[in-house]
Design a protein around this ligand. Structure first.
Ligand code: ADP
Ligand code: UDP
Length: 246
């Protein structure tokens, strides 16, 4: 696979063209940002770890019937994916109150929601990714009502699969963000990444935060958290909590 021109450099990844018009290479970087880019830093080995974590999770989701952009991992930090037209929505699924949900609604962090909640945010850095209602999505022509239904269904299916995946590895899936895109034939694929940058992941026995909140909140042991998530992702799901600790 020939790497072509650099098409886009974002906050966490670089996107390259390939010699196939319908395929892209996505390179994961160590750079980290938070609070709409106001906080910047580097998390050593994040690119390698997030690429590996994303590859394992996308293979798992694909094996369980979720259509994704993932094709292959081609190096430590680079994934080969199907090119899609990204729908400019950040689809957030929450199982436990945290982050902007707590700030907006005054809930304490850690309270379990009665049902998983799906929220849509406008993927627009200049506007600070505002929360959208489904009427806003229609008004802004970001997606059709049928597409919104499809995104919700897929997001909740991903949540069910990932709750099980993480719980088998001693992790509570608090919340996460997904992005979707469309192929030229209109098929909707799960795109982008799933990693500690885009999920809140708490250790099931200690409650320790093992995700980007350690960077956002200056909690220390940031690199260790990403390393621990990679270790759990690649560990056998049958391992008992005691075995996992070894
Ligand atoms: P950001 O744009 O938020 O700074 P990144 O640094 O993660 O984010 O950049 C990666 C970009 O690649 C994102 O804009 C994401 O929407 C886009 N992307 C992810 N997967 C695909 C894909 N399969 N096809 C086209 N674009 C994609
Ligand atoms: N998230 C993300 N990218 C964003 C915003 C949020 O990956 O641009 C993830 C975040 O890591 C968390 C979930 O989406 O797992 C919900 O984030 P929230 O709305 O609580 O925002 P935050 O507290 O991060 O500002």
């Amino acid at each position: 696979m020939q790497r072509g021109e650099k098409l886009y450099e974002g906050k966490a990844k670089v996107v390259y063209a390939t010699d196939q018009p319908d395929q892209l290479l996505i390179e994961f970087k160590d750079e980290a940002t938070a609070f709409d880019g106001k906080k910047r830093g580097t998390i050593a080995q994040k690119g390698v770890r997030n690429a590996a974590i994303t590859a394992v999770i996308y293979r798992y989701l694909q094996d369980h019937g979720i259509p994704t952009h993932f094709l292959a991992q081609v190096s430590d930090t680079v994934l080969l994916v199907r090119k899609v037209k990204i729908i400019p929505l950040e689809v957030v699924v929450r199982n436990i109150a945290a982050g902007s949900f707590c700030r907006r609604l005054g809930w304490p962090e850690g309270q379990t929601l009665f049902n998983p909640l799906v929220e849509f945010f406008y993927k627009d850095d200049r506007l600070g990714d505002p929360l959208l209602t489904e009427d806003h999505i229609q008004l802004l022509r970001l997606a059709t009502p049928e597409q919104v239904e499809r995104l919700k269904t897929l997001a909740l299916q991903v949540n069910q699969l990932l709750q099980r995946f993480w719980s088998e590895r001693g992790i509570v899936l608090v919340d996460f963000k997904l992005e979707f895109g469309q192929t030229p034939t209109g098929e909707i694929l799960l795109a982008d990444e799933i990693s500690p940058d885009t999920c809140r992941l708490w250790d099931a026995s200690t409650g320790d935060k093992l995700d980007k909140d350690r960077f956002r909140q200056d909690l220390g042991r940031v690199e260790e958290a990403y390393a621990e998530i990679l270790r759990r992702v690649t560990s056998s799901p049958a391992a008992t909590p005691a075995e996992r600790g070894k």
